[in-house]
Design a binder for this molecule. Structure first.
Ligand code: A3P
Length: 304
């Protein structure tokens, strides 16, 4: 019965929404939980770079920037494969053609660029032991919530989000995959005091992309001419990525990601929450935000 309720039919193909598991209280895809002991034992190499973020914070944008830096501004090299094949997504155990993150990572020679949505407390310890460089992207919770809602609608690899009203509390109480936005951004904010973590804000990337690209470049130990910087900036703009099949997830079959429901490259702005939040929801959100963020010096902008 549950199967029938969850199932979406595409011709002869049936794609089932994932089952929900938990690791240390953090909701994750059950397939990830089932392979958790292998994920936890993952061996990072000291030269690997990890890009981390709560879902829908702009990680794909950062991956494209990092790849362009790594490939020294060579657009053709960045077109070699879709994002998910270039950078293993550590904890993902996805339906084909997306390979399991572990398999893909282990098939690559270090140094690798690896992706994760894991909160800091669940990061496999070898990343800390090897003192890997981490680039963390954080986005304000209101826009994250809206973006994640639309992403869960279009991506059958995630639980059905239900209606917006219900989703609002699901997100706020941390019952989405990868858990609480609050725990995530605060956990990684603290991690940067003890480890190599470059903490970047999506809102800063929107406001001044070249400045943020330069921060990442310097962190990766690279220095380029103005001309290369310009190339990276253009190749990673919202419009360029929206039109780039290697960056816009259009290569994933539509029975998994249905871009006609909501495109992966949806709006790419700060403040879209205003088109979704009711006045009442905003009041509830602000109360919870104040309570959860008390005592941190972490500041987010919800408009520019
Ligand atoms: P919206 O749904 O608000 O449009 P992630 O890659 O972490 O899943 O995040 C996806 C979000 O980042 C989406 O937000 C997407 O549009 C936005 N995004 C991706 N590339 C971008 C770019 N080059 N410029 C601005 N926003 C971008």
């Amino acid at each position: 019965m549950a199967f029938q309720q969850n199932a979406q039919h595409f011709g002869n193909y049936v794609m089932q929404r994932p089952l929900i598991g938990q690791i240390s209280g953090v909701p994750l895809d059950k397939k990830t939980c089932d392979t958790w002991s292998d994920i936890w034992k993952f061996q990072a190499h000291s030269e690997d770079i990890l890009v981390a973020a709560f879902p829908k914070s702009g990680i794909t944008w950062m991956q494209e920037i990092i790849d362009m830096i790594d490939q020294e501004g060579d657009v053709e090299k960045c077109h070699r494969a879709p994002t998910y094949d270039r950078h293993p997504f550590l904890e993902v155990v996805a339906p084909k053609p997306v390979p399991s993150g572990l398999q893909l990572a282990e098939s690559m020679e270090p140094p690798r660029i690896l992706k994760t949505h894991l909160p800091a407390q669940l990061l496999p310890p070898s990343f800390w032991d090897q003192d890997c460089k981490v680039i963390y992207v954080a986005r304000n919770a209101k826009d994250c919530m809206v973006s994640y809602y639309h992403f869960q609608r279009m991506n059958k690899g995630l639980p059905d989000p239900g209606n917006w009203e219900n989703y609002f509390s699901t997100f706020l109480t941390g019952k989405v995959f990868w858990g609480s936005w609050f725990d995530h951004v605060i956990g990684w904010w603290r991690a940067k005091d003890q480890h190599q973590v470059l903490y970047i804000f999506y809102e800063d990337m929107i406001e001044n992309p070249k400045q943020e690209i330069q921060k990442v470049m310097r962190y990766m130990g690279k220095e380029f001419s103005e001309e290369v910087l310009e190339k990276i900036y253009h190749h990673t703009s919202f419009q360029a990525m929206k039109e780039n099949p290697m960056a816009n997830y259009s290569t994933i079959p539509s029975f998994v990601m249905d871009h006609s429901i909501s495109p992966f490259m949806r709006k790419g702005v700060v403040g879209d929450w205003k088109n979704h939040f009711t006045v009442f929801q905003d009041e509830i959100f602000e109360r919870e935000y104040k309570r959860r963020m008390e005592g941190t010096d972490l500041i987010f902008r919800t408009q520019l």
